[in-house]
Design a protein around this ligand. Structure first.
Ligand SMILES: [Zn+2]
Length: 155
């Protein structure tokens, strides 16, 4: 199943459409997930002794996994999941940003990639031709200053 316990998902249908929550239970056999605080139902509980007097209890009900979409923890977008074999393991990948969603070490790789991308952009900026323009203009004001200085000393 593409959704696992601990994932953040967004609800696609029903009264909680568009809301996000953490998956607290995933049942691959039923293709259903339970999302914390969402798709709440009121359950009527029968009294079971002094500590459990019974009554109404609000609790999240299982949602068909096709009615939720994974929210990528890296790019924050609702995304479909791609599968990839990495280091002999089947891992899930975000189809939007390409981040690997299983395993902390792999997520670090994704951030490192971002940092490298930023660095190369900065380098490109630094390499822009900035030498020629000031070189032609600089001597002129210097001469002007010298002339005025010379005039002043002559007077
Ligand atoms: Zn992503």
């Amino acid at each position: 199943m593409e959704i696992k316990k601990g994932d953040t998902v967004v609800i696609l249908t029903g009264k909680d459409k568009g809301k996000k929550g953490a998956v607290i239970k995933a049942s691959p056999a039923d293709k259903k997930v339970v999302v914390e605080g969402l798709n709440m139902v009121t359950k009527h509980v029968k009294p079971r002794g002094a500590n459990q007097p019974g009554g109404k209890v609000d609790q999240p009900a299982a949602i068909d996994v096709s009615n939720v979409m994974l929210v990528c923890p890296v790019c924050g977008k609702a995304t479909k999941v791609a599968h990839e074999i990495a280091d002999g393991k089947n891992v899930r990948k975000c189809k939007k940003c390409g981040a690997v969603l299983d395993g902390k070490a792999v997520q670090k790789k994704a951030t490192a990639k971002k940092a490298t991308a930023k660095k190369s952009v900065k380098k490109a900026d630094a390499e822009l031709p900035v030498e020629e323009a000031p070189a032609t203009e600089k001597p002129a004001p210097k001469k002007a200053v010298r002339k005025t200085a010379a005039k002043k000393s002559a007077e």
